[in-house]
Design a protein around this ligand. Structure first.
Ligand SMILES: Cc1ncc(COP(=O)(O)O)c(C=O)c1O
Length: 390
């Protein structure tokens, strides 16, 4: 049975070009980039080449690119880094984020709140778009950071980042603006000048690059306190011997998508398959509804609630057919919590529990979409017949 992978928001396979680029630095050129001899210098120049590739994509200076161990770490560095730098100046920071962020942002906020930092969460409308008027009201004289994701990982909703940046720029005191662009990088314009952000995060493994490497863009002049202490690597912002092969792979992956025409073509192709899947499910299966915005949505995301049935059961039944998808639920401490994102857009517990996320990738085919549309109606019918939710 040929498997159908529809979980590209979770992770993506390595591109062949990326694999090829990385191989050399895993074996022959294995030097430590901090070493002064030629092995070290070759590793160093490979890292700097990747940094340039990222800078070209983000339209920023090379010195503004910091490599980290993941996007989770990059988000932590952005948030703790700004807060700690503010506290170091003897000030009491206030920070704001949205209720639908990834845990890599929400958990640092939770921890900082526990440590006594003033924290606020901005709600979203029923489509998952941040309520800008509410955000504006949350801003205080001591607000130092606003963090709003570019596109949501569960429902694919795209946030008005440039609009939020403009709003923040109108304030007298500087408010740093961070965006988690992990899910956006494959499809959306990430020119940081146009976006107007100060800090931006993304990850290698969501863009057909390697796992275990992420990027934090920090605009020139912003003072961040490091959270990992040790070596002087990454300009003192991130101690630890650099993952040279991983960084080279990330650079190659970003180079691969830094082609405007190719991005548009890929996005259009994926979008038409997405629409076929979305409309197919909504039309063929009764009691279904789309979660998130139809228009302001990533081209690869479909998130649907199936009334009267558990998402976990759908996932397992699809897996038995070789189709790999994801639910919005997170198994926490033995209990199955509904997705905080689906709850934030106003879904009931039951609807949130009955949701499935399908995320398409650049190699997704029409045949694969057809196979989902063929098996899914029967799966739902069968599960509904035995569901305790009826
Ligand atoms: C929006 C978003 N932010 C952050 C992360 C974390 O990325 P990483 O796996 O590189 O830590 C993810 C991963 O799913 C994500 O979707």
């Amino acid at each position: 049975m040929k498997k159908v992978y529809l979980d590209y928001a979770a992770t993506t396979p390595l591109d062949n070009e990326v694999k090829k680029a990385m191989e050399l630095y895993q074996t022959v050129e294995f030097g430590n980039a901090s070493s002064l001899h030629s092995f070290g210098q070759i590793a160093r120049s490979a890292i700097e080449k990747a940094r340039q590739q990222v800078a070209d994509f983000l339209h920023c200076q090379v010195t503004e690119v910091t490599f980290c161990g993941s996007a989770t770490e990059a988000n932590n560095l952005a948030i703790f880094g700004i807060v700690k730098a503010t506290q170091k100046r003897g000030l009491k920071p206030h920070i704001i984020t949205s209720v639908i962020e990834h845990p890599a942002v929400l958990e640092p906020f939770k921890m900082l709140a526990k440590l006594g930092v003033e924290v606020d969460y901005c709600s979203v409308d029923q489509q998952g778009i941040v309520k800008i008027a509410e955000l504006e009201k949350l801003i205080k004289l001591n607000t130092v950071l606003v963090s709003v994701m570019y596109a949501n990982n569960e429902i694919g909703t795209i946030q008005p980042i440039a609009e939020i940046a403009n709003l923040l720029k109108q304030r007298k005191a500087k408010i740093f603006f961070h965006t988690d662009a992990v899910q956006a990088v494959n499809y959306l314009d990430c020119d940081v000048v146009k976006l107007g952000v100060d800090l931006l995060t993304f990850s290698g493994h969501k863009i057909y690059g390697p796992k275990g490497v992420g990027v934090l863009l920090v605009k020139k002049g912003i003072n961040l306190e490091p959270i990992i202490l040790g070596g002087h690597q990454e300009n003192g912002l991130r101690g630890g011997t650099e993952n040279v092969a991983g960084i080279v792979g990330l650079g190659q992956a970003i180079k691969g998508i830094n082609n405007y025409e190719l991005r548009i073509t890929n996005s259009e192709k994926i979008k038409s398959l997405r629409d076929k899947l979305m409309d197919g499910i909504l039309q063929k299966i009764s009691g279904t509804s789309l979660n998130g915005s139809r228009e302001k949505r990533l081209p690869n995301n479909v998130n649907i609630s199936f009334g009267g049935v558990e998402g976990e059961s759908i996932l397992m039944a699809l897996d038995q057919e070789g189709i790999c998808v994801s639910t919005g639920s997170a198994c926490a401490s033995g209990s199955l919590d509904p997705s905080h994102v689906l709850m934030a857009i106003g879904l009931s517990h039951q609807k949130a529990h009955g949701s499935i996320r399908f995320t398409l990738g650049k190699t997704t085919t029409e045949k694969e979409i057809d196979s989902v549309l063929k098996v899914l109606p029967n799966i739902i019918k069968r599960l509904r017949a035995i569901s305790p939710f009826k």
